[in-house]
Design a protein around this ligand. Sequence first.
Ligand SMILES: [Zn+2]
Length: 301
Amino acid sequence: MIARTLLACAAAVLLLPRVFAALPEVSPVPGGVAVVAVSAVAGPAPDVRFQGRRVLVVRDQDAWHAVVGLPLTLAPGRYELSVTEGSGSNPRTLALDVVEKEYEAQYLTVSNPRHVKPNPKDLKRIAREREVLDRAFSVWTDPLVDGLIFDLPTAGRFSAAFGLKRYFNDQPRQPHSGLDIAAPVGAPINAPAAGVVVETGNYFFNGKTVILDHGQGLISMYNHLNRIAVKKGARVARGQLIGAVGKTGRVTGAHLHWTISLNNARVDPALFLSAAVRGQLQGTTLAAPGKNRRAAGQGDN
Ligand SMILES: [Zn+2]
């Protein structure tokens, strides 16, 4: 909290050496992010694991913090982080408590029946694509490129929140694993932080897609694009054009579906926006529960 107060004060930041990493909004729920102080910064950055996967570690004030992505499927309860400081030392465990969150339901109508009931050929393609996506979300590169507070990748209103329980043509499907921003076809999409393009493609559900690696298992994905403006392997700066909004894949209208993944867990991208940006956009998000049914809005996978 102290760190965030200091960061809010530009003058203080200018005068201080850069030892504070702005942290994402803490939300220890399924689909959220937990932040756990692990050790003093006097020592080397610890190696932290959650459910066998390496976890992002940043320095904030005088401690190393683990920033842990919590999968939507995680049951509330007490979990453990495994912490190793320096090579040769024995791992110790730290407790991590996950609390319940009830996500709302959303009903969408899509016109292509194969997007609700894929045929056998589609299912093979979907399985292949799932492997590619899983590989991209599992990438680990060591340096954290550009901090943990992201810019908005495109201008628009939040048209569907993260985590919604999804029904397509009244069939239950996977919950909403990203945040939708409604914008016209062709609207520019800019990298919300520096990164490296780990994958691009045109997928059955996701449409034209760009995936960025921001370091230490922090990966972001951009779906349903009209146009892809970057090539696999390219390094992109914060704010650089990566594509244009479209309506490719399983959509009900033009929008950007934005995913953020941490330690291969899809988490709420809104947690990575500054409190000011989140506040501006949150009021524009969803219809009231029960009225959340759309045929021609901007929703998707
Ligand atoms: Zn979406």
